[in-house]
Design a protein around this ligand. Sequence first.
Ligand code: SF4
Length: 286
Amino acid sequence: MPARLSKLKRTGTPHREEAARPVKDPRKRLVRAIDLLDANLGVAVWDGRKDSLEVLVLTILSQNTTDPNALRGYQNLAKHLPGKHTGKDATTLPLDADGNVDKVKLRLSNAATAVEPPDWARVAKLKQKQLADYIRAAGLPDAKSGAILALLGWLDETVGQYSLDAAIDKLGVDAAMEALSGLKGIGVKTIGVTLIEALGVDLCPVDTHVHRIINRLGVVDTKSNRDKTFELLKPMIPEGRAYSLHHNLLTFGRTVCTSKKPDCTHCFLRKLCPSASALIASGEVR
Ligand code: SF4
């Protein structure tokens, strides 16, 4: 594996399939799925503490868009309002065969590790419209600029500096996250991603991929309620397996169990998946 991809250390042998009978119990099915995802895609391992403000802003920018778009918005902001040089190296981001940022392999954790942040004090002084213009590539610029300015304002009030790490040190993780969840535009998934990537907390935040796949696998039945999926899924995941599950479901959701035309015919979870036969019979698969 190229060094630049080593942020997700992976071990595992490709193409292991479920060979057993269908599993009726949803929790047991989940555990089988976790094992097969790890065996086929590798075990993703947290690669160490990161600046939690950088992760949180990247996560806000990633709401309702792809990680490459979030990265573009973040890099544009940092380009116009550069912060102190910290020696981060954007050439370590995963690239595809054409030399573009790899849509499947990019993670917000890669971005937080590789990309120089903006000068937060200068960002905090921007008018909302100016900030919205800088981050426009990430989509929903008005909502996201409002969330970022609210976050920076809260940090200034809470610790007198633009450091979420300092706020966490002062308030503790739970109280800091509780306070953040009261800010507009910062929801359960955004906080969850910050916790796992910046602090290594053992959680599986539920984004669109996780929600779709966990429902297709019949582990939960939560229609469009992602927060409910998170709540039900959390106690079902064996200790220490949540980080890898989150990352593997992102990869799996971008490549196999896609929103439209999932590749059920060749899917290594097919024999475990209660949605497979109906999807294949409907012809809505690749
Ligand atoms: S069989 Fe189809 S629906 Fe089920 S997990 Fe695989 S790709 Fe997704």
